[in-house]
Design a protein around this ligand. Structure first.
Ligand code: SF4
Ligand code: SF4
Ligand code: SF4
Length: 288
């Protein structure tokens, strides 16, 4: 279990704890250290700013006018130079994610009250494309976006659970990595579906930078009795965890590189790849 499970999940998966989606948590006053790092008095204030600055531009609209208060400090805009450890600690307090496989995504969808599909801020930033709806927000609309923009129906979709699962399964087949995110931890703001146009992926994986999310609670393994060495799974992995042995005509998954997203399974015609709980693989049980 990752440290969020210990701190916010009572030893179980933190993202399956309903208290972490609660309205009470969203509106409660933050502690002094949280306020200082998040630059907000409550989570709803932080989430509103996040929507305004990150999500609204992805609608293809200019963000709404901010109030007159000075820009708040955030986890990623340090006033003084900080160590890598300090940056990660701050991110974990404010906005941090975890990779999760489709099975756990479906458990989350079953548990939450409402799901709104909305445009992806990262894809807007890195491709200039608007209305790329890969993000799924839970149960909140603190900025009243739907009301503020009467034509927002073209960019926002309120989904029923079955429709949401159907879309996630299609993304899974496509090889998009699912991840879940906090908005001032442990409040959970939503689920994402990412490829290499993801800002968090670029900063952390591509540039080998400071961590922005945890690995999943799992890793994948290949059953060599079933693997024919077709390599279909290899194009699916965004973490460089798969290796081909020409001598054996088999694919091997390096557990220390595997983030446990599970999307390689969809590409395997022989059902040769399985998820196993990370804690059952001693060599990566403590690697997050
Ligand atoms: S984390 Fe993924 S889905 Fe979410 S905004 Fe970034 S790229 Fe889009
Ligand atoms: S090998 Fe691991 S990281 Fe790569 S796609 Fe499969 S589960 Fe994801
Ligand atoms: S897709 Fe399946 S059978 Fe093909 S190489 Fe990967 S694990 Fe082996």
């Amino acid at each position: 279990m990752c440290e969020f499970c210990t701190e916010h999940g009572e030893g179980k998966k933190w993202y399956l704890q309903m208290k972490n989606y609660s309205d009470g948590l969203l509106h409660e006053e933050l502690s002094s250290p949280q306020k200082k790092i998040a630059g907000a008095l409550t989570r709803v204030e932080w989430v509103s700013r996040f929507l305004e600055e990150f999500v609204l531009p992805a609608f293809g609209r200019i963000p709404g006018k901010r109030d007159e208060s000075p820009p708040a400090a955030s986890a990623d805009t340090p006033k003084v130079e900080r160590t890598e450890e300090e940056i990660v600690r701050a991110r974990k307090i404010v906005h941090f994610g975890q990779v999760l496989p489709i099975e756990d995504v479906e458990e989350v969808i079953d548990a939450v009250n409402s799901i709104t599909r909305l445009p992806c801020g990262c894809r807007y930033i890195y491709t200039g494309k608007t209305d790329q709806r890969y993000c799924f927000g839970f149960g909140i609309d603190p900025k009243g976006i739907l009301g503020t923009f009467p034509d927002a129906a073209s960019s926002l979709e309120v989904l029923d659970k079955e429709k949401a699962k159907q879309i996630f399964r299609a993304y899974d087949d496509e090889g998009l990595v699912h991840s879940i995110w906090t908005g001032v931890t442990p409040y959970i703001i939503g689920l994402c579906n990412c490829d290499r146009d993801c800002g968090a992926y670029k900063a952390y994986i591509e540039k080998d930078g400071v961590a922005t999310f945890f690995r999943a609670e799992y890793v994948c393994e290949v059953d060599w009795d079933l693997c024919t060495g077709c390599k279909s799974c290899m194009s699916q992995c965004q973490f460089g965890a798969q290796f081909y042995s020409s001598a054996l005509s088999k694919v091997y998954i390096a557990p220390e590189r595997c983030f446990g997203c599970g999307v390689c399974r969809a590409a395997c015609p022989n059902d040769a790849i399985a998820l196993v709980p990370r804690q059952e693989r001693a060599e990566v049980a403590g690697l997050w």
